[in-house]
Write a protein that binds this ligand. Sequence first.
Ligand code: NAD
Ligand code: APR
Length: 248
Amino acid sequence: QFVPDRGGNDRETTMERIVILTGAGVSAESGLGTFRDKGGLWSQYDLEDVATPQGYARDPELVLGFYNARRQNCRAAEPNAAHAALARLQRARAGVTLVTQNIDDLHERGGASEVLHMHGELMQALCAACGHRWGWSGDMGLGDACPACGAAGTVRPDVVWFGEMPYLMDEIFARLAAATLFVSIGTSGAVYPAAGFVDEAAAQGAETLEINLEPSEGSRLFERQILGPATETVPAWVDALLAGGGGA
Ligand code: NAD
Ligand code: APR
């Protein structure tokens, strides 16, 4: 596989290493709301009330209700052609890392093998007292005791809130440091550290590509951009890549 370096010269590389970051836009056509688009979640709820540790401490029932509603929507949703195309790419190529800011499980249900959930997972529960994680089942609530420490009233969704450290950052930065291509799909580039991944990748010579419905806050940082709905743009990009076209 030849990957042109930033000087435009071809340099042989043993294997392409592709890091793909997805955001809410990749699940939008499955019917799951985004955050900052028109009518997005942050225009319906006050982020401070439902997506911060302070909000959970103030009113845990409100927070659990917010995520229960999102979990129900997620269970009713189906993976779309973008999720399926990324899974197809993972099956066809070694060295494809899929990092997502999304907490839904549509990448997995669309056939993805390894998904790095940097903001956690809606289908996982976390004990706020002891840190134990277990699968969210049915209509779990504050009355349910933690299966590990027995505490009651401490269950929360295993989701990273504003002010908390995202998960898997060491692993993600290690993959970015070795990437030959970084692709961002369906994210507004509004929230760090995800919004800074393109800089990390470009700084060590990776090609960079943004696939989004419209320009994002980070668009100027990418060498190349493909605009359009993910269910059209992502399968077309994967087909071109697997047909031997360059990455970006
Ligand atoms: P951050 O401080 O990097 O977030 C800054 C961005 O979040 C802002 O640009 C804005 O877009 C948004 N934001 C923050 N406070 C806001 C407010 N009061 N009203 C509207 N928008 C607001 O994020 P952080 O505090 O470092 O959070 C750590 C991580 O947790 C971030 O990566 C974030 O994406 C993640 N997170 C996940 C969820 C979730 O439901 N999965 C919710 C919130 C945060
Ligand atoms: N196809 C491709 N992109 C789309 C589509 C679509 N069908 N629909 C929307 N988009 C794009 C929008 O143009 C926007 O740039 O997806 C992006 C969604 O941006 P946000 O709503 O900000 O979602 P995201 O970038 O994932 O938010 C990042 O912020 O609140 C936190 O933790 C939360 O993970 C979230 C993080």
